[in-house]
Design a protein around this ligand. Sequence first.
Ligand code: SF4
Length: 308
Amino acid sequence: MQLHLVVNTFGADLARRYGEKIYKLTLHGGFSCPNRTGELGRGGCTFCNVASIIDESIQVKSISEQLSLQASQMRKSKRYLAYFQAYTSTYAEVAILKKMYEQALQSADIVGLCIGTRPDCVPDEALQLLAQYQDQGFEVWLELGLQTSNDKTLRDINRGHTYLDYHKTTQKARQLGIKVCTHLIVGLPKETKQDCFTTLNQVLETGVDGLKLHPLHIVEGSIMAKAWRAGRQSVLSLDEYVDIAGDLIRHTPKEILYHRISANARKPTLLAPDWCENHWQSMNAVDSNLRQFGVQGSALGDSYQFIA
Ligand code: SF4
């Protein structure tokens, strides 16, 4: 599979700009989530169980220990992005954020930061801190979990924020020159393909630099797992996901970087759909769809073309 020939991938973009492969090392900064602590909500998003996407046990290690452990297991890369992924990685006093982020940036092989967080939990001081790192020459990405632009769905899945929260934070970040990567879920409860397009169009209208697409998957320990067991929540087939993801990518301007076009989870935490266990299966299927029906941007009459 050569996804970078049909999609403007973040990986190929990094390789072009840095002259070598740059991988993300996933960090747990020990942050919590205001949608779980009661500050902004309780119970968390209905699809969420953080243990399904990151090894919770790594948070007992320091940031530099986590980085060196993962770097020692990498064969194909010598430089990395430090990805603060777990929970809400801007949910702390700015002095603590600074300490955490700078522990990562002080590693000689780190070229920058990716900070995963919620749109309603990014104080101006955190943005200013990130802007400083960018001014120092580091690669900086703010990864915002939006999932959908539909406020009713956002309420149904207990996100605790609105599209307006996302819009405001994205605009502030981009005004400071910080790149924003937005996470979207395909297949949320009661959402149709048209809803996915509405979300994409609103996100493009607000302005964005990168996108991550995920299929909805049901994980053990989430609120949604109960609804799925009771037959009240369905999931997409692989064909349905590929059809929607392929069309969304074709309607995405060629300059927007795709950081991810699918996602996986580990069994036994993953309950459904089974195809989400194998990342490559869905990646290959989306790749084939794009080769057959048109590459990124082709539906807008401005197709992406790979430049080495
Ligand atoms: S998805 Fe993110 S915001 Fe939602 S409960 Fe999980 S950690 Fe919190």
